[in-house]
Design a protein around this ligand. Structure first.
Ligand code: HEM
Length: 411
């Protein structure tokens, strides 16, 4: 396997699943090449992925554990450098990660998530109302007019971002995952976001409110009694904005697309033979909203089946490919089958970095998807399935837009 040529990762994410299948030809642990010839491992097997996600010998701290970076062999212009070096809980390891995760989890309580139910319903109702006002026959993009505004609205409300700062922050979020943007464009956009976030933190320190930012400001670490510094707080809020918006947008979009592309599956729900939750779980398995989350690094040599990952090597966990592992889901792993008895997936991760927003994301999607189909029972794709363009990224797995016709009379 070591002798096989690495699969060159397409930064535009043109066909994440076909690429995943090419990597799988190497076995559950494959070799890939990133820009500038940077080599990494890509985990496509469910069992191997579960092992990596739960194994403390994999770090997310590139400054300490990425040998090529530590040795100065990584060009500072490497397009994915910010994913390895940004300062937030997504790049911490060991006790540094445990401390941040504990503080965030404390502010991210089931009570706070449950309190978002009313916001989610209100936001869904208002977005549906807005869609219903579209001119007859108009092609409507459900990503930009439904999935994305809902996900963004919910996370803005949760964090307590004032209305006037929201557009700037949204543009910065898009820049962060767009792996086709230049570094200058990305930096300019993110600079503006940092200013908004600094202003937000200053305002909440002065006047706390009933929101997650105020909870985070108040959260004290039980061990040394310290809280989050401003820099850590801003990093954490930005991380939450990114992790809370993009994957939810994709889960809503991908679920709608899968149901529209497979009308027979939708009929199973109408006939009471399957539920909306079945459809959402099957989407998570078959079309995971996060494709890869860069990076992990082996802290020591780690044996995964018959492959040894050397200490210091970067590893990409390929969430999109793991859900389609034929060793778990057989020959039909790539099909959308909501009645499938075992929809086992790792789309929310596993182990010490498992998603903190799973409950919230499922609440949003479980509200948005049924409400849309109930409001527009004749909803149909406005283009062929193959023409629905993927998102410009290999990190996320979504669509750049989802063009639909809202009712049969429009067609
Ligand atoms: C519904 C769609 C969602 C999906 C598919 C998803 C997926 C994931 C995945 C795969 C990871 C693990 C990354 C890794 O191990 O490298 C993760 C982590 C995380 N997610 Fe989510 N996520 C979703 C929604 C959310 C929401 C709504 C929030 C919060 C507002 C959120 C916050 C987080 C955080 C904070 C982490 C990092 C946990 C840590 O580092 O300890 N996610 N998510």
């Amino acid at each position: 396997m070591e002798d096989r040529s690495p699969v060159v990762i397409d930064m535009t994410g043109a066909d994440i699943h076909a690429e995943g299948e090419r990597i799988r030809e190497h076995g559950p642990v494959g070799r890939v090449e990133l820009p500038q010839g940077v080599r990494a491992w890509s985990i496509t097997g469910y069992e191997a992925g579960r092992q990596v996600l739960g194994d403390r010998r994999f770090s997310k701290d590139g400054r300490r554990h990425w040998t090529a970076f530590v040795n100065g062999q990584i060009d500072p212009q490497f397009p994915l450098i910010s994913w390895a070096l940004m300062e937030n809980m997504g790049t911490t390891y060991g006790s540094a990660h445990t401390r941040l995760r504990r503080l965030v989890a404390r502010a991210f309580t089931p009570r706070r998530v449950e309190a978002m139910r009313a916001t989610i319903k209100k936001s869904v109702a208002s977005l549906l109302e807005d869609l219903a006002g579209s001119p007859p026959g108009a092609i409507v993009d459900l990503k930009s007019r439904y999935a994305h505004p809902l996900a963004a609205e919910v996370i803005f409300e949760l964090i307590g971002v004032p209305a006037e700062a929201r557009q700037t922050i949204l543009r910065g979020g898009e820049a962060q995952v767009d792996t086709t943007m230049t570094e200058e464009e990305e930096a300019a956009s993110i600079g503006l976001v940092l200013q908004e976030m600094a202003a937000l933190v200053a305002a909440k320190r002065r006047t706390p409110a009933d929101d997650l930012t105020s909870d985070l400001i108040g959260a004290q670490d039980g061990e040394d009694g310290s809280g989050l510094e401003d820099g850590e707080l801003i990093g954490t809020l930005l991380f939450l904005l990114g992790t809370g918006t993009e994957p939810v947008t994709n889960l809503v979009t991908n679920s709608i697309l899968a149901l529209l592309a497979n009308p027979g599956q939708r009929q199973l729900i109408d006939a009471g033979q399957a539920s909306w939750q079945d459809a959402i779980e099957e989407t998570l398995r078959m079309d995971a909203p996060v494709a890869h989350m860069p990076f992990r690094f082996a802290v020591e040599d780690v044996q995964l089946g018959d492959v040894t990952i050397p200490a210091g090597d970067p590893v990409l966990v390929n969430f999109a490919a793991m859900g389609r592992d034929p060793a778990i889901h057989g020959a039909t792993a790539g099909s959308f089958d909501i009645a499938r008895p075992d929809k086992k997936h790792l789309a929310f991760g596993h182990g010490m970095y498992v998603c903190l927003g799973m409950r919230l994301g499922l609440l949003e999607t479980g509200t948005a998807v049924p409400a849309l189909f109930e409001r527009f029972p004749d909803l149909a794709l406005a283009v062929g399935v193959e023409e629905v363009k993927p998102q410009n990224t290999f990190i996320m797995n979504g669509r750049s837009e989802l063009p639909v016709l809202l009712s049969a009379t429009q067609q």
